[in-house]
Design a protein around this ligand. Structure first.
Ligand code: PRP
Ligand code: URA
Length: 209
């Protein structure tokens, strides 16, 4: 059974307060999304396997540990997931990056897929699906279903703000997937936006409206 972790680190809470603020502009918003992604990535990679190697320090030869060469992939859900990629790659620079394009139909709130390009060996990789917003959960559920169809077996979801509805739906649809988010907010409003949330993440990252 996948675990659910709501990260309550003070640095994350502080940065979240800034991105929630309506007066925060795109430049700061983008930078902070990336910084929060970096902090979540730190926790989500805690269980990566290690192997022992021998290293010669200036003092002596010693046994120490390095990552055991596990192949990783980061898959942002377009558009807003793109904002989390740099923060992830800062910690796992050799990860491959796939892209999955989905948008929510504003009337039905159902995800519509328009693009999918993943590393060809995605079945051999540990996959980190990233999207700042987990609202109804439809986009994340659909993206992970598509990624599983292409053979991926080890998937984690990293988000920034989740609504209880989306968190529960994702956990039920993909119980094997570990979920890491920075905040569990109160609810969805009638338009499927997270309350209190931060508004439309894609528009705030890219300055569109
Ligand atoms: C937003 C967000 C998620 C999705 C979450 O994307 O980035 O992908 O909504 O909502 P859900 O959990 O109800 O599916 P949006 O559809 O606005 O597309 P965009 O990122 O291209 O703006
Ligand atoms: N997508 C967003 O960008 N924000 C929300 O609150 C819900 C979905």
């Amino acid at each position: 059974m996948g675990k659910i972790l709501v990260m309550d680190h003070p640095l994350i809470q502080h940065k979240l307060s800034i991105i929630r603020n309506i007066d925060t502009g795109s430049k700061d918003f983008r930078a902070l999304i990336s910084e929060i992604a970096n902090l979540i990535c730190y926790e989500a990679t805690r269980d990566l396997p290690l192997e022992e190697v021998e290293v010669e320090t200036p003092i002596c030869v010693t046994k120490t540990k390095v990552l055991a060469g596990k192949k990783l992939a980061v898959v942002p859900i377009l558009r807003a997931g793109l904002g989390m990629v740099d923060g992830m790659l800062a910690l796992v620079p050799t990860a491959r990056v796939g892209h999955i394009g989905l948008y929510r139909d504003p009337d039905t709130l159902q995800p519509v897929e328009y693009y999918c390009k993943l590393p060809s060996d995605i079945d051999e990789r540990e996959v980190f699906v990233v999207d700042p917003m987990l609202a109804t959960g439809g986009s994340a559920i659909d993206a992970i279903t598509q990624i599983k169809k292409r053979g991926a077996k080890h998937i984690k979801f990293l988000g920034i703000i989740a609504a209880p509805e989306g968190l529960n739906a994702l956990h039920e649809a993909h119980p094997d997937v570990d979920i890491f988010v920075a905040s569990l907010d109160e609810k969805l409003n009638d338009h499927g936006y997270i309350v209190p949330g931060l508004g439309d993440a894609g528009d705030r990252i890219f300055g569109t409206k």
